[in-house]
Every structure is written in C-alpha cells, then in structure tokens.
Design a protein around this ligand. Structure first.
Ligand code: GCO
Ligand code: MG
Length: 404
C-alpha cells in the first residue's frame, strides 16, 4: 500500500479544528487531529508545507518508522506545533492500519481491558449556588465524576467560568486579539476550600471531585491549596503549578496527599521524566493530539504504569472528535486507565465529524467500526471557514501578566 494523497482541512463549526486526511492507492483513508487552540494555522502550514510532501509515496503501514522519521528527521524536535502535526500523521496511519485489518483500533492496541470508559464532566458557576446547580445538571446527565470551578469574589473573569462555552470549558474567543482575564491568587486561595465545603455538604462524600488550578500557583502556594483541600478527598488537583517546572512538583508532593495531575501542555515523554520516575504525580494528562499521537502516548502510559501512575487524557472541546476517538481506543485498551475528560461537542461539530464512539450515562465506548471510527463531512466542513480565535491572557490586578 502507498500514500497517494494527503490534505489538511481547517474548519470552524463553532470553534476551529485542523484535520489531516491521508488517502492510499487502495482507497483506504485515515484521519488525524492536528488542532492546537489559538495556533491552528501554524500546524496546518507545518503539515502542508513540510510533512505532506514527505508522506506521498510511502507505505502507510510503517507507522513507527514514519513517526521516527518526522521526529528525528526534522532535526528541530518537540514543541506543540511539531508534535500536533506528527500526532495527526500517527493517528491517520493507525486509522488506516486498523481499517486494513478490519478491526477497531483498540484491538490493535491489545484489545479491551474494560467494558467502558469512565469520564468526568465540567461543572462551573459564577458563585457557589450557580455551581451547585451545575453539579446537579452533570449528575443528571450521568457523569460519574465532576470537575468543579467557580468565580472568585472580586474577580471579573476566571478560568473555567466566565470565559466558558456551553459546558464550562475554556473558549477561544473569536476575535483578532486575546481578551484579558483578571487574577488574584490570595483571593482564590481563600475561596477554594469554601467551594469544596459547599459541594461536599450538598452532595456528600462519595462523588469524585476534580479541580483545575490552571498553572496559576507557585509550588508553595500549590502545597497550601492541596493541603487545605485534603479533607474533601479530591480525585485530583490539576495543573497546580506552571507545568514546565517539573522540580516544582517535588515541593508540592512533600506536603500533601491530594492526588496530582498534570501534562495537558506537555508534548513528549521528556516533559515527564522527573515527574514519573520520582512518582511526583498520580495522573498524566496529555492528549493524543498534542503528544505526537497514539504511538508515543501508549509508550508514556506504559512508563507511567511502572510507577503506579494512571492516565487522565485531556479531552476539552478543543480536541476534535478525531482526537477524542483516538483517546477512547487507548482508554479502553491500556491497563492503567484512570479517567477520561469529556465535555461533549456542539451539534454542528457532531455533524462535521460523524463517529462510531458513544457516550452513554457518563461512559464512553469507541464502537466497533474498523479504524478509529470517525468520518469527516468535507462539504459541511468547507461551509464553516476558519475564524481567528484566541484563548484569554491573564493579568494580575496591577496589570502584570500571569500564568493562564
Ligand atoms: C482542561 C483544560 C482546557 C484548556 C484548553 C486550552 O482541563 O480541559 O485546562 O480547558 O484550557 O484546552 O486550549
Ligand atoms: Mg486543564
């Protein structure tokens, strides 16, 4: 088999998605997700200008060799743009291989290790009463676990709340320049234990609760928050410190038994070397789409498994249904699965990307269609053109730029 064509489709059915479609001489096609929120066109160009010319004429079955060729062959390694582009190729080739075998991808990854994939959904509110309503709504939808985020008194806009889409996910605003959110770490640190207290009082001790600090705390602040939240038995505290400082997590770890999750902005195993080998975290958060694809993410999970660390694949709306499907196949197959983030998509996005995977009462299943089980409605995709959109930037009240 040979690759005879490959193209990049950029579409915006509400938000931007970048999809790679590879076609073979036998008529098999494969899809890969290359969406990088706010930097979509850079990945599209990387693929179009530098990767697709290398793919034409090659054997799509040689996934590992193609991956290594793209990773090592460029000389310049790692980084979100490069790794999103490589991820799209990797997933599209796995899609083709599994279709050629007539099997859903999870069968090629070792087969199912479980019957269904547990998820967490997003609950958010500008204040605590609104948050409690949102938690109630997620429970009614069947979500077994829930991430909670609230506004902080005195702040206008906070991650996961005011800049949110239909489900409390962060939205890239469709405008030429990023909007600005405000932040006050001390106010947040005073408020967050009250939020957990209210949610536990209302919903009891059993409901698994998660929280995302979105890289905003220093290690000592994160240690304080994680300790203050210990009585509420979190499922995890996510991204408590700026993720690039692996050593910072050592200090947090020394002070708390709150489980820690990190890694949605990571793109290679090297970002996790210290974190995993020293057991500084409990869940690895990388997405198939930003980590170079199914091949390296499977290796990461195997490395994590040796240290009793589990998966918690990043799955907000800015991962397309193609990237989500690839994640669900991995979730079903690996032994050290932890949880899958899933916030759903708008109706229009579902129509652009018809898929075999299902979401039923809070649990996902990849379905039995050969490949990853996602199609691309190219006409509908073409009817919704790219629109410039950016995530917010974060500033302290004196105007200083802060981590977002
Ligand atoms: C999450 C994330 C997202 C990010 C978004 C940025 O935990 O789901 O923090 O909501 O903010 O992926 O593009
Ligand atoms: Mg997050």
């Amino acid at each position: 088999m040979k690759i005879v064509d490959a193209k990049v489709v950029v579409t915006s059915p509400g938000r931007n998605f970048v999809t790679l479609k590879i076609t073979t001489d036998e008529g098999l096609t494969g899809l890969g997700d290359a969406t990088l929120n706010g930097r979509e066109l850079s990945v599209a160009s990387y693929l179009q200008d530098h990767v697709i010319p290398l793919l034409i004429g090659t054997d799509p079955h040689r996934i590992e060799d193609t991956w290594q060729g793209l990773y090592r062959g460029a000389y310049w390694r790692r980084g979100p743009v490069t790794m999103a582009a490589i991820a799209a190729v990797d997933v599209a080739l796995w899609d083709i291989k599994a279709k050629a075998a007539g099997l859903p991808l999870y069968q090629l990854l070792g087969g199912a290790s479980r019957e269904r994939v547990g998820t967490y959904g997003h609950a958010s509110g500008t204040d605590i009463p609104e948050l409690l309503d949102s938690v109630r709504a997620r429970i009614a939808e069947g979500y077994p676990s829930i991430r909670i985020q609230t506004g902080v008194p005195g702040l206008k806009a906070v991650y996961g709340v005011h800049s949110t889409g239909h489900d409390g996910d962060a939205v890239a605003h469709q405008q030429a320049r990023p909007m600005v959110e405000d932040w006050d770490t001390a106010a947040y640190m005073r408020h967050i234990p009250e939020v957990f207290e209210a949610v536990r009082n209302e919903f009891g001790p059993e409901l698994p609760l998660l929280h995302d600090a979105h890289h905003r705390l220093t290690p000592i602040q994160a240690a304080r928050v994680a300790k203050d939240l210990e009585p509420y038995r979190l499922f995890w505290l996510e991204d408590c410190t700026p993720a690039e400082d692996q050593e910072g997590l050592r200090l947090v770890r020394q002070h708390t038994t709150t489980p820690l999750a990190i890694g949605e902005v990571f793109n290679t195993v090297y970002d996790y070397q210290t974190l995993i080998s020293e057991k500084l975290i409990d869940y690895v958060r990388s997405a198939v789409t930003h980590f170079g694809g199914v091949s390296p993410l499977k290796k990461l999970f195997d490395f994590a498994a040796q240290h009793q660390i589990k998966s918690g694949i990043h799955g907000p709306e800015d991962i397309s249904p193609v990237g989500m499907a690839a994640a669900i196949h991995l979730d079903l197959a690996i032994h050290n699965f932890g949880i899958q983030e899933y916030s759903g998509y708008t109706q229009l996005t579902e129509e652009v990307f018809p898929h075999a995977y299902t979401f039923t009462n809070g649990y996902l299943h990849p379905g039995e269609a050969p490949g990853i089980g996602v199609e691309l409605n190219e006409d509908l995709a073409a009817a919704h053109e790219y629109k410039a959109a950016y995530l917010p930037v974060n500033r302290l009240q004196d105007g200083t730029v802060h981590d977002w």
